[in-house]
Design a protein around this ligand. Structure first.
Ligand code: ADP
Length: 397
């Protein structure tokens, strides 16, 4: 089957066409500046990127431009739209309603809309993308794949906040976790690489990109993860603070005369390694600044590594041990120094990195030493492939 995978944001839309049998990407790209002016980036496998300015007042024109590029006579990856069997959509928040991917119906759209309050920045855009695809491809099955679904196996002791119970019962206040598609893909893939039995395994996945989260995957199921009600909780990220005392938030708001929206903006957009270093949210800029002696850049790097190491330690306790630690996403896949720094805290549990093996980037590799008690791997994440797999499975039923 050929699956169109869509990841729709408020002003952008990323897409890939994946052949679900060969698992090859046939074409990929993105629409940017939707609602502003509009730009299409399109790349057929094996060819150069094409960048075209196309008016995109709404997401509908963006989807139409993707279809036109995919079926274009010269560089189109498809002879006609008939070749697409189904469309898979990334949906950020499925609340407690979705523990797995689903065929999208009117009821499903309403249920996703009910989760909008929990993900006001993401879910509305995801729904706009779904509706645009339904309008332009009304006969194709559309499937929703949720960032939160994989973590729905967390036990209540892990997902509850210790606040009055009514906030959970009446308002859904609890930890949901995100990056679930990535944690699911990486935990399965690392087990294949390791030859371990997924149903009898203890894996910690560290997804460290601009957004970052760790998860404890016990016997193939997520039993804890570092993000919470929103993606703000947990690790130190590019611009997000991660864990913080709520009293500090109140105090910061008072110091600067900020309202809730103002202080949340500081925590989401101006904090993390950007806030601490004052240099950048991009790790490569931090490394460069640190190499030039910028102490706050060095501090930001150390804070990030320390927080990840603490979560790995916590998840070792949660699972009563760890067999495999796996790094993924921009930083986890590409930065040997960060992996080494994180693992330097984990000697107590028998983690030993092989520096030569760790000198890898952007590819699957085993980076721990032969005598390491815990195996450490790098696995590039592939959320689009997971979405294509789920979509093909559901659409073929
Ligand atoms: P997201 O998908 O959350 O936006 P990514 O997974 O793309 O983020 O990760 C982005 C982060 O990964 C940035 O901080 C970037 O600097 C870092 N990164 C990407 N490539 C490298 C590299 N080769 N070395 C160090 N850091 C890298």
């Amino acid at each position: 089957m050929k699956i169109l995978v869509i990841n729709c944001g408020s002003s952008s839309l990323k897409y890939q066409v994946i052949d679900s049998e060969s698992e090859q990407v046939l074409a990929k790209g993105l629409c940017e500046r939707i609602g502003i002016d509009g730009r299409l980036v399109y790349q057929k496998a094996g060819l150069d990127k094409e960048i075209t300015d196309i008016p995109m007042p709404t997401h509908k024109e963006a989807v139409a431009s993707v279809i036109a590029a995919l079926t274009n006579d010269k560089t189109g990856a498809l002879s006609s739209l008939d070749e697409i069997d189904a469309v898979g959509h990334r949906v950020v928040h499925g609340g407690e309603k979705f523990a797995s991917s689903v065929l999208i119906t009117d009821e499903v759209i309403s249920a996703i809309e009910e989760c909008n309050d929990l993900a006001p920045l993401h879910n509305p855009a995801n729904i706009i993308g779904i509706k645009a695809c339904q309008e332009l491809m009304p006969t194709k099955p559309q499937v929703g794949v949720f960032d939160t679904a994989f973590h729905q196996t967390m036990p209540s002791k892990a997902y509850m906040y210790a606040v009055p119970y009514k906030y959970y019962e009446e308002n859904g206040v609890r930890r949901y976790g995100f990056h679930g598609t990535s944690h699911s893909y990486v935990s399965k893939r690392v087990c294949e690489m390791d030859g371990c039995d997924l149903k009898n395994s203890k894996i910690v996945v560290c997804h460290i990109g601009n957004g970052a989260s760790c998860s404890a995957v016990l016997n193939g199921e997520s039993v804890d993860t570092s993000m919470g009600l929103s993606p703000l909780e947990g690790l130190v990220m590019g611009t997000r603070s991660g864990d913080i005392d709520p009293s500090a938030v109140e105090y910061m708001a008072k110091c600067d005369g900020l309202d809730f929206a103002g202080v949340m903006n500081v925590l989401n957009k101006q904090s993390g390694v950007l806030g601490v270093s004052g240099v950048s949210s991009d790790f490569r800029d931090l490394l460069a600044a640190s190499a030039e002696g910028n102490e706050r850049a060095t501090l930001a790097i150390e804070m990030l590594a320390y927080r990840v190491a603490k979560y790995i330690g916590a998840y070792a306790a949660a699972m009563n041990g760890v067999d495999v630690i796996c790094f993924t996403a921009g930083l986890g896949e590409n930065n040997a120094g960060m992996r080494e720094l994180i693992c330097s805290y984990l000697g107590f549990m028998g983690v030993k990195i092989d520096s030569a093996a760790n000198n890898c980037a952007g590819e699957e590799c085993l980076v721990s030493a032969k005598d390491s008690r815990v195996k450490v791997y790098v696995v590039p994440t592939n959320e689009e492939l997971m979405i294509a797999r789920d979509t093909a499975e559901i659409a073929s039923k």
